[in-house]
Ligand binder design. Structure first.
Ligand SMILES: [Ca+2]
Ligand SMILES: [Ca+2]
Ligand SMILES: [Ca+2]
Length: 457
């Protein structure tokens, strides 16, 4: 507010209500040329001070509702700024990106043509103004972008009402008295470059699948391979030497899988270039903010564990099979037999069949004489099933019972005496000893001299 502004108010032809609207926009009227100051400079100076104060107050009152309307923007307007932060081609990205504003009914708000400031290499921006009472009270609006290139993403966004964040990200509730401003940050999608380091065993780095998951042990969201045993460095992120995985900032989990017997030892990562290395035993990658790439080394090791098998033979119904009669077979995940043998001493708490195998999935089967029932009764794996996982730092002991069969049904054979009364009738079978004795006595009295005894097996 200037004294000169107040001076203009002395012009009685100008309605008071219009004064604030002209503040700062009129180069200024001149007092004397109008002739309305002719009653005297003393009166004029006094009135200038009084009216100047009044107008100053009125100016504040009128300006208050629209104090956030920068550059004279009316309430219900929206100004969107999209900053494209560097990356492979921020000029092309900014050229392709157009903001879109939709309400809760998915109706698009028609805004001015975007204005683009294109500067290669640094921040490039797209500005779009949606001018003049376009926003309805209480309606929720959302700002989105079209044309974002595949190698860029929205890294953050915020809408402010009167320089105060709405707290709703790129959405806000419209107010016809308020001027809104939304800022969208677009960044290049960063990449993880990873080498596989084989600490033991004979596998090559390229034998492994390099996986990225968003949760520890979760299903991979991206899988690739390390193409060569040569390694990348801060200054040499070469996809002919290491695996490249495109991702977004945040915590991810790297692993190298697909080769039997190998386990993750640890992962070492650092933002590239120049980050400090961080080691994670679970493969966690604390991926840097912005568009920094990350260089990681996934270290794997070959691990073996022991599988032992004991056979408990149960000959409780006359069976006579021994430990050597039972063949133990260990099969891998492809069902191929990787070890076989016998329990050198049947039963537990003594010598066992043992085999050392790389970690992985296995089954144990025991086969023996016909009729014996075999059953796995105990293993050191949770499910107690034939199929189990051999994991690092955990040997597996399997106990199998082999139970002899129930006895066969009773059978007898009776052969007739060579000389008997031809009128005598022999029973078809003579299993009862009393019957045998009766027929023996009968034969004796008949003078055959031959005693036949039916044998019960
Ligand atoms: Ca490599
Ligand atoms: Ca044994
Ligand atoms: Ca039995």
């Amino acid at each position: 507010m200037t004294e000169h502004d107040g001076q203009r108010l002395l012009d009685p032809r100008q309605p008071v209500a219009s004064f604030p609207a002209r503040l700062g926009k009129d180069p200024g009227s001149r007092c004397l040329p109008t002739g309305y100051c002719s009653r005297g400079c003393i009166w004029e100076g006094h009135m200038k001070r009084v009216i100047g104060v009044v107008v100053a107050l009125m100016g504040l009152l009128v300006a208050a509702p629209s104090q956030f309307a920068e550059a004279g923007a009316p309430g219900g307007s929206l100004d969107i700024t999209v900053n494209v932060n560097g990356g492979p081609d921020n000029v092309a990205a900014a050229t392709a990106i157009t903001p879109v504003v939709t309400d809760t009914n998915s109706a698009a708000i028609v805004c001015n043509t975007p204005h683009r400031t294109l500067t290669a290499g640094t921040v490039t921006n797209v500005n779009q103004f949606c001018n003049g009472n376009l926003l309805s009270d209480g309606m929720t609006y959302t700002v989105s972008l079209t044309g974002v290139p595949a190698d860029y993403y929205i890294s953050s966004g915020d809408c402010v009402a009167g320089q105060v964040s709405t707290g709703l990200g790129l959405s806000f509730v419209g107010d016809s008295n308020v001027f809104f401003e939304c800022t969208v940050e677009v960044s290049a999608i960063p990449s993880i470059y990873a080498d596989v380091e084989v600490l033991s065993g004979t596998a090559a780095p390229s034998d492994f699948a390099v996986n990225l998951a968003t949760t520890e042990g979760g299903t991979p969201t991206a899988t690739t391979t390390d193409p060569a045993a040569t390694t990348c460095s801060d200054s040499d992120l070469d996809t002919a030497k290491c695996a490249k995985i495109t991702t977004v900032p945040g915590t991810s989990f790297l692993s190298a899988t697909g080769v039997a017997g190998y386990a993750l030892s640890h992962v070492t990562c650092a933002d590239a270039p120049g980050g400090s290395p961080v080691i994670a035993s679970n493969g966690a990658v604390a991926h840097g903010a912005g568009n920094l790439d990350t260089l990681c080394t996934i270290s794997v090791r070959y691990v073996t564990q022991t599988i032992s098998v004991d056979v408990v033979i149960i000959n409780d119904e006359g069976g006579t099979a021994a430990a050597a009669d039972f063949t133990i077979e260990v099969r891998d995940s492809t069902n191929a037999i990787v070890a076989s043998g016998v329990d050198p001493e049947p039963g537990i708490n003594n010598a066992s069949f043992t085999t050392v195998q790389p970690i992985g999935e296995y089954t144990v089967t025991v086969s023996g004489p016909t009729g014996y029932t075999t059953e796995i009764v105990d293993t050191q794996v949770p499910d107690g099933a034939e199929r189990f996982q051999l994991v690092p730092n955990n040997n597996v002991a399997v106990v199998v019972t082999a139970n002899d069969p129930a006895p066969l049904a009773t059978t007898s054979t009776t052969v007739a005496p060579t000389t008997v009364d031809p009128n005598a009738v022999l029973p078809a079978t003579g299993s009862a000893s009393s019957m045998v004795l009766m027929w023996a006595l009968a034969a004796f009295f008949l003078g055959s001299g031959t005693v036949l005894i039916a044998r019960r097996p």
